[in-house]
Design a protein around this ligand. Structure first.
Ligand SMILES: CC(C)(COP(=O)(O)OP(=O)(O)OC[C@H]1O[C@@H](n2cnc3c(N)ncnc32)[C@H](O)[C@@H]1OP(=O)(O)O)[C@@H](O)C(=O)NCCC(=O)NCCS
Length: 200
């Protein structure tokens, strides 16, 4: 909590951790305060060993905290508030792959901004699922970003098979936000709760 300068960020952090503990505790039939967490080398938190095989990831932006929980497979989630007070092409030149930059350059105006955040959240969700942080070079994989195109990990380098090991999904959170989920493997189904009633 001490990392955050602003009260609203500290509050959001506390709410996120509280809801995360409550949800995981329900799945595991443990009291929220009894859960133990560890942090991997690149910073991804996970349940300490001996507490089952649930994996989770958390993201926050603006008013939202998103939590993804998966049974026995890696998961990553990201949410971003859409803004237009920056040069999307310039930022993309630093963070997007050449193919993604080309797709983005074909767009203008609002469509370009929306596509930028589709791409950003899809890349970030994949990076977070992998849990390797910034040691995973962002130009080693391409995600879909063209308007209307479903979230997809298009290609991975140097191992093209890596792209088949993950599935991306866009999440419809609210107007003015983009969000994405990356999950290891195929054949899973997504259940989405907008603020579980009993936690309200
Ligand atoms: C640390 C990182 C997760 C930053 O994410 P962010 O956008 O600042 O924050 P988010 O809200 O998405 O996620 C934060 C949460 O992710 C989790 N997290 C932290 N390190 C993580 C990691 N290495 N892998 C997965 N999840 C991680 C934590 O639960 C954290 O929440 P907490 O601070 O409340 O504990 C990391 O992905 C990062 O720095 N990414 C690079 C950013 C970037 O250049 N992205 C380019 C995309 S095109």
């Amino acid at each position: 909590m001490q990392r955050f300068r602003f009260e609203k960020d500290r509050r959001r952090y506390l709410i996120g951790r509280g809801v995360l503990r409550t949800l995981l505790g329900r799945y595991l039939d443990l009291a929220p305060q009894d859960l133990r967490f560890e942090t991997a080398a690149a910073g991804k938190p996970h349940l300490a060993s001996g507490q089952g095989q649930l994996q989770f990831n958390l993201a926050h932006s603006g008013e939202f905290v998103l939590i993804a929980i998966a049974d026995g497979r890696a998961v990553g989630i990201d949410v971003e508030e859409v803004r237009d007070d920056f040069d999307a092409g310039e930022v993309a030149a630093h963070f997007f792959s050449p193919g993604e930059q080309r797709d983005l350059e074909m767009l203008t105006g609002r469509a370009k901004i929306e596509a930028f955040f589709e791409c950003w959240t899809r890349k970030e969700a994949y990076v977070k699922a992998r849990g390797e942080g910034l040691s995973l070079p962002l130009d080693r994989f391409d995600v879909s970003l063209r308007p209307g195109e479903p979230a997809r990990l298009i290609a991975t380098r140097p191992d093209p098979a890596e792209a088949t090991r993950w599935q991306l999904s866009g999440l419809d959170v609210a107007d003015g936000y983009k969000a994405a989920l990356a999950v290891e493997g195929q054949g899973w189904t997504l259940q989405f709760w907008d603020r579980p009633d009993e936690l309200a």
